[in-house]
Structures are given as structure tokens and as C-alpha cells.
Design a binder for this molecule. Structure first.
Ligand code: PEP
Ligand code: MN
Length: 372
């Protein structure tokens, strides 16, 4: 599905001072001093364009700090006047949008707990109709690319011309080193569906821990993301929310200095020649993979028919365990991760079962017809 979103009619609003476009500031606005002090430090980092601070906080459990509310918007207005930084907040309903507009907020983002809900996203889109403001749509909590795309579409349809997406990772039940799984293939797919839509990475909410911020930021740059939104606080360990993932403005400066920005669009003909040739090799191998897959499925269909004739179930789990175990062993000997082999072979196996089921059902319907 390639969407019918006319990104070309949108403003080239990410004409940032320097790549990446950086949004930073505390997870939550806590006090007037904390907001201003953090902002003053950040305003001295040239890459920082927008100051973020959560005003209304969606917390997992009740009884924790849920944000200072509208009074924090006045603090942000002061930040804007004092430092010249643009200011941005999360909105989760129509009232938040109205308050943000009233207080001259420059950028709003729709949080992960809101972009899951098409009713709420539409309510926000309706409140934004005809307003000139930057809007970023965070990925929904669950890894659902259609839901994310749909939320972007709703905001685009409201006529927002400064639109983008934020990749903040996806919730999983499994415990991993990250707070939210990056699932990089989803933002990559969003870029394929809506070419030209700016994508900002949120390493803070992906990692949940400050020590992983750099690696995730570097990866986002290597994947040619347009910007970063990173939580920062003058006293991170004592932050009222998300303490473990926030860094000091000094830490942010250091992180940005260390980032390696590679060229997304090489112009040198020699570089392009070599790259072009290597890409041709890749394309050739991809064609081989597809041919092989087709051949494999044809054999699976023959097996399906044979099983049908001999009244054998499609699935024999011991045979399948053997295949995966052998493939992982062979793959590892060739430097391929067990994770890759496992994912590929599970997908191939599922496809194989689908082909067998199809063949068996086609056969059984024709044979039942013959019985009449
Ligand atoms: C946030 O940016 O502070 C936030 C709550 O993020 P998310 O919606 O990604 O959880
Ligand atoms: Mn946060």
C-alpha cells in the first residue's frame, strides 16, 4: 500500500540548522526553575531546535506524578521568550490541543498511548483543522504499521503541513534489554509508504536507560532518520518521571558530538559506480532467493498431495524441529545469526503449510464433487 498523501504539498519545515533535527528537554515539566534551567543549558547546544516538556503525563499506574497541567504552558512561554527555542508538548485530547494553541506552543506530538486510538486521533485532527503548527505522530504502543500510518493520514487530512512521525519503539511482554523494542523494520516501512515524511527517533523511550542512548541514536542516523527526540534534565536521577533514561544537557552535547553522520546521498560518481555494482549483486541474489522459494513451495505442494493420499497430518513436529536445528547449525557456521535463521525458516514453514492446505483442500473439494 503506497498512500495517497501529498507530501510534496507540505512545507519543507525540517529545514534544520544542522542534521539531525533535535528536540530535547525533560520528560515532565516539574517546576518553573527546572524547566527554565534545563532550557538555558540546551539553548547553548546548536543542534537543539525544539524544547520538549511533558505537561500532562500518561502514567502506567495511578498515584504517580501526572504532570503540572496548564500552568506549565506559561513556563514554556517564558522559555520561548528567554531562549528563542521553539517549544513542544504531548497532546492526548482536544482540550490539550486548544490549550497548546492558546499558549503559542510550536510543536505537538501525539503520544504512543494515544495514537493507538483512532477516535482520539480523529478528535485531535479535528481540533487541529486549519491550524499552522508542527505535528509529530508517535508510533502506537503495539507494532501495528497500519494504525501508525492511519494516524498520520488523519492528521494530514486535517491540513497540517508540518507533519512527521516519531519512532519510540513497541511494547512487548517479553523482557528485553530495552524498555520498548525498536522493530526498525516498521519505521522503514512507514518511510516506504510515505516517502518524504520526516521521521524522528526517540532513543529515550526505546532504551529506557541512558547508557543505550548513543547506540540507538547512531543507528537512527545510519538509517537516515531526520532527527532525534531525547529527554534531558538538569538533575536526571531526581526526575519525577523516567529518571533512568534522562541525561544532562552536557550529556546530550557529548552524545551529539560523538554521532557519526554519514552521507545519505553520495554524489561522487566513483562511489555511485561501486555501490551500483554491489547493489546489482544484491538484486541478483534476491531474485535467486525468490526462485528458490518458488521451487521449494512446489515441492511442498507435492508433499501435501502425497500426505492427503496417505492420510498423514500436515504437521509432524519432530521433522520440523530437525529442520530448524540443522539450519541454525549450518547458518551459524556461515556467520548467520540463529535469530535470522529462526525467523526465516519459521516464515518459510508457515508459507509451506499454507500451500499444502490449499492443495489438500482443492483436491478434497474436487473429490467430494466426484462423489455426487
Ligand atoms: C514522552 O514522550 O514523554 C512519552 C510519554 O512518550 P511515549 O508516548 O512514547 O510513551
Ligand atoms: Mn518520558
Amino acid at each position: 500500500m503506497i498512500l495517497d498523501l501529498d507530501i510534496s504539498s507540505m512545507d519543507n519545515w525540517l529545514s534544520y540548522k544542522s542534521r539531525p533535527f533535535v528536540i530535547s528537554g525533560p520528560c515532565s515539566a516539574e517546576t518553573e526553575d527546572q524547566v527554565m534551567e534545563t532550557a538555558i543549558h540546551l539553548s547553548k547546544i546548536p543542534q537543539v531546535s525544539v524544547y520538549r516538556a511533558g505537561i500532562w503525563k500518561p502514567r502506567t499506574r495511578p498515584g504517580t506524578f501526572e504532570g503540572v497541567g496548564s500552568k506549565g504552558l506559561k513556563w514554556l512561554k517564558n522559555v520561548k521568550e528567554e531562549t528563542g527555542l521553539l517549544v513542544g508538548i504531548e497532546v492526548a485530547n482536544e482540550k490539550h490541543v486548544e490549550e497548546a494553541i492558546k499558549h503559542g506552543v510550536d510543536l505537538i506530538w501525539i503520544g504512543a498511548r494515544t495514537s493507538v486510538n483512532p477516535f482520539t486521533v480523529q478528535e485531535i485532527a479535528d481540533a487541529l483543522n486549519g491550524i499552522d503548527i508542527m505535528v509529530l505522530v508517535k508510533n502506537p504502543i503495539n507494532p501495528d504499521i497500519d494504525l501508525w500510518t492511519g494516524a498520520v493520514e488523519r492528521i494530514a487530512k486535517a491540513g497540517i503541513k508540518k507533519l512527521g512521525a516519531i519512532h519510540r519503539g513497541f511494547s512487548t511482554y517479553e523482557k528485553t534489554i530495552y524498555r520498548n523494542q525498536p522493530n526498525w523494520q516498521l519505521p522503514i516501512e512507514l518511510r516506504r509508504r510515505i516517502p518524504g515524511l520526516p521521521i524522528i527517533c526517540d532513543p529515550s523511550h526505546i532504551s529506557g536507560k541512558r547508557e543505550y542512548l548513543f547506540d540507538i541514536s547512531q543507528k537512527a542516523m545510519d538509517l537516515n532518520f531526520d532527527g532525534l527526540i531525547i529527554e534531558s534534565h538538569i538533575d536526571p536521577d531526581n526526575a519525577w518521571s523516567d529518571a533512568a533514561q534522562q541525561i544532562t544537557p552536557e550529556g546530550l552535547k557529548d552524545l551529539l558530538r560523538k554521532l557519526i553522520l554519514r552521507n545519505p546521498d553520495p554524489a561522487d560518481p566513483r562511489v555511485l559506480d561501486v555501490l551500483g555494482e554491489l547493489r546489482q549483486q544484491i538484486d541478483l541474489y534476491d531474485d535467486h532467493l525468490i526462485d528458490l522459494m518458488e521451487k521449494r513451495m512446489k515441492v511442498a505442494e507435492k508433499i501435501g498431495l502425497f500426505k492427503k493420499e496417505n492420510n498423514i497430518t500436515i504437521l509432524q513436529s519432530t521433522r520440523w524441529d530437525d529442520i530448524i536445528r540443522n539450519a541454525i547449525r549450518k547458518g551459524e557456521a556461515k556467520g548467520l545469526s540463529a535469530e535470522l535463521i529462526d525467523a526465516i525458516f519459521k516464515a518459510i514453514h508457515q508459507e509451506s503449510i499454507n500451500h499444502q492446505i490449499k492443495v489438500i483442500n482443492e483436491n478434497s473439494s474436487s473429490s467430494s464433487e466426484n462423489n455426487h
